[in-house]
Design a protein around this ligand. Sequence first.
Ligand code: DC
Length: 223
Amino acid sequence: MAKVIAIDGPSGSGKSSTSKRVGKALGFLHVDSGALYRIMTWQCLAQGVDTSNPDAVAAFAARVEIECRPEQGAISFYVNGELPGDRIRTPEINAHASAVATVKAVRDRITAILRGLTQYGDLVVEGRDITTAVFPDTPARFYLTASAEARALRRQKEEVEKGIANQSAEAVKASLLARDAIDSTRKYAPLKKADGALEIDSTTLTLDQVVATVLAALPADWR
Ligand code: DC
């Protein structure tokens, strides 16, 4: 049976950097589940679907075709034969993704896609409900946190470095807190620390320290 390392946490808590590094260290495929919610949001916006209308989003999301391919240590998600790239990382997608992620039909479809990925091998999966809803039975579950200020600074730096946007740290923090609020209070699979998950506050830790903490907490025969 495939092994799954599940890592949840809010935006900017260090999930992506940590899961990529852990995946590389162990030869587990990295899975960014947020990319699937972003793809659904991107497609809704591209087709003029009102993201505040759950019925319209549910009907549309069932038709979005997503192809999963294991490549270069990760699962890539293709839409109509193309990689979305940074088109799913814009402030506009950020502003709509949490609303799309409240829709149960979207969550059910993405959960099924994520569970199906174990056919490709061992995984390190990051998201908001991986430890609580998608893979709640895996022995390797982590909840990453950091202060809102630290998270906003990380995201802002990333946006500027990638040339995606040039927002102030305050604007990035406001957008991030608005998403946190929706993600952690929604009815289906809200973001929360799962019972038994190891919480790691990365505010004052280096990436190396966070990665080392995760690796040390894994079952001995996984390392
Ligand atoms: O991790 P991210 O910022 O790329 O996630 C984008 C959005 O998708 C975020 O608002 C919450 C949602 N999401 C979710 O509800 N469940 C997941 N497992 C991953 C992301």
